[in-house]
Design a protein around this ligand. Structure first.
Ligand code: C5P
Length: 217
């Protein structure tokens, strides 16, 4: 079984993906980490993430497996990394290079797991349109900005909610308006608005939706 979770920044999709993977004992792939790793590689080389040559070279040089084994690192989770990620993610060749790894993860979940949970922006629409379960997670921009700012402050970044909101809205617009794989819910996605939900409530809603899908299979 494949569970595809898409949504905007700080909507809660990453937390939900982790919890669902744990619940079903499925493999989990946070696809945003791949784009973050490409963005950070460009920045580290002193390049411009909007430059197709620099971004494509960084994507080609990336070993997605090593990104997964490193997992969440502060360098990948920083605000700068998120910003660079959304710039390289708008370049079609970068997305093309990362496609096979993600599709293979769906087809052959690692460690012999019987299913996979992938979270990102284009999982239900491009990477795994065949997924049995598709969720699209949203929340009001102010709430997402507050959550993201809190997360960044906990990591030692000195940011205000207001500044994060402005930059997050620019990132949302870039992700939703790009020509290739724009962020949008698949036609058959279940929309989950976490603005007023705790993590437990969002998880319960997702599990209830998945149960209805399992009954049909
Ligand atoms: O989800 P996260 O904030 O880590 O993603 C960082 C950026 O990577 C997003 O803003 C988006 O531009 C890009 N991304 C994407 N497609 C995905 C996952 C992430 O374009 N499947």
């Amino acid at each position: 079984m494949i569970i595809a979770i898409d949504g905007l920044a700080a909507s809660g999709k990453g937390t939900l993906a982790k919890l669902l993977a744990r619940h079903y004992d499925f493999a989990h792939l946070d696809t945003g980490l791949l784009y973050r790793a490409v963005g950070v590689a460009v920045l580290q080389a002193g390049g411009d993430p909007t430059n197709p040559q620099s971004a494509t070279a960084a994507a080609q040089a990336l070993n997605p497996q090593s990104v997964l084994s490193l997992g969440d690192t502060p360098a990948l989770r920083s605000h700068a990394a998120g910003d660079a990620a959304s710039k390289v993610a708008a370049i079609p060749a970068v997305r093309e290079i990362l496609l096979d790894f993600q599709r293979n993860f769906c087809a052959n979940p690692p460690s012999g797991k019987s299913g996979a949970v992938l979270d990102g922006r284009d999982i239900g629409t491009v990477i795994a349109p065949q997924a049995e379960v598709k969720l699209f997670v949203t929340a009001a921009p102010e709430i997402r900005a507050e959550r993201r700012a809190k997360e960044l402050r906990a990591r030692g970044e000195n940011v205000t909610d207001a500044a994060v909101l402005v930059e997050m809205q620019a990132r949302d617009a870039r992700d939703q308006e790009r020509g290739v794989a724009p962020t949008r819910p698949a036609d058959d996605a279940y929309l989950l608005d976490t603005s007023r939900q705790s993590i437990d409530e969002a998880l319960a809603a997702a599990l209830a939706f998945i149960a209805t899908k399992q009954q049909k299979h």
